[in-house]
Write a protein that binds this ligand. Structure first.
Ligand code: MN
Length: 300
């Protein structure tokens, strides 16, 4: 091991229970923007883990119909199944396993999110993560943007010692190196989003800049973290303190899948209501008025 000064564990985050988003997404919310931890989570606002679940074949459209967003980005990472999306700004597409949709709502749009029609027709395993990433005040009212990122565009690098693999969805790996592998995603503030497969019993040491908000989100297997009473189970996340220059993890007796999220905090007020996250109550009232007046667009 190196001379890393690891970030101490701040808290283990767990879902308070599952709920459905529309009729397509049985989610566990691991964190949200409306609790006392919101400033500590910045720039990340919310994380919903949908599934793993099995769906029977259907001709029905399962998912969530037209709804607005303003002030942030929604990031959808598919592990199994398919998600189809279209929005009032002209963005859209179908994403499958390994693909990512990085949608910037910014000043506002209306969109719908459904299971892909081919997947719905054949049924099967469904699993995805939706992460909400905040925007700095200067970009909250900017133009919407849609980045549809295929698995083939996301570089995968081996972890040291044959411990597994890491896909660089956003940012770069290693975080501080000059010759790092860079992810394809454009972000508004500096961050790392890494999709990690860690083999059973393997340790992992990841450098993450001092001062960054850092979360390890466990999807499969168990992951031990210094300071946690027991290894993290699926649908649990470790929130680390910001000081320190990395994190140390170790997989349990099974292979683990986890997301490592790290970002420079946005030190601005967070005021959210449902699908809108702004900096003040007045901006939230304006978002509701603008949505009702059709200023966020409509789906054709
Ligand atoms: Mn949405």
């Amino acid at each position: 091991m190196t001379t890393m000064n690891p970030k101490p564990l701040q808290q283990v985050l767990r879902s308070a229970g599952g709920h459905w988003v529309g009729d397509g997404f049985p989610v566990r919310t691991l964190f949200g923007y409306d609790g006392p931890l919101a400033p500590a989570l910045s720039p990340f606002l919310l994380l919903d883990y949908a599934g793993p679940a099995r769906f029977e074949p259907t001709t029905a459209r399962r998912g969530v119909g037209s709804h607005p967003h303003r002030g942030f980005e929604t990031v959808t990472i598919v592990y199994a199944g398919e998600v189809e999306h279209r929005d009032s700004a002209g963005g859209g597409g179908r994403i499958g396993p390994g693909d990512v949709q990085w949608m910037t709502a910014a000043g506002g749009l209306v969109h719908e999110e459904f299971h892909g029609s081919d997947f719905a027709g054949r049924g099967g395993a469904f699993e995805m993560v939706q992460l909400w990433v905040n925007l700095p005040a200067r970009d909250k009212m900017g133009a919407p943007r849609y980045q549809g990122i295929t698995a083939a565009q996301i570089p995968e690098v081996p972890l040291p010692g044959g411990a597994g693999t890491l896909r660089v969805i956003a940012g770069q790996y290693p975080a501080a190196a000059q010759d790092a592998t860079r992810g394809p995603t454009q972000t508004f503030t500096p961050m790392q989003v890494w999709d990690i497969r860690l083999k059973a019993n393997q340790p992992l040491e990841l450098a993450v800049p001092n001062g960054y908000t850092t979360l390890a989100v466990v999807l499969h297997g168990r992951v031990a973290v210094d300071g946690a009473a027991e290894p993290l189970a699926p649908a649990q996340a470790a929130l680390f303190e910001r000081h320190g220059d990395g994190v140390r993890l170790r997989a349990g007796a099974e292979d683990a899948t986890l997301l490592l999220l790290a970002g420079e905090p946005i030190d601005e007020p967070i005021v959210g209501y449902g699908p809108f996250v702004m900096n003040s109550e007045q901006e939230i009232r304006q978002a509701m008025l603008d949505f009702q007046a059709g200023k966020m667009g409509r789906l054709a």
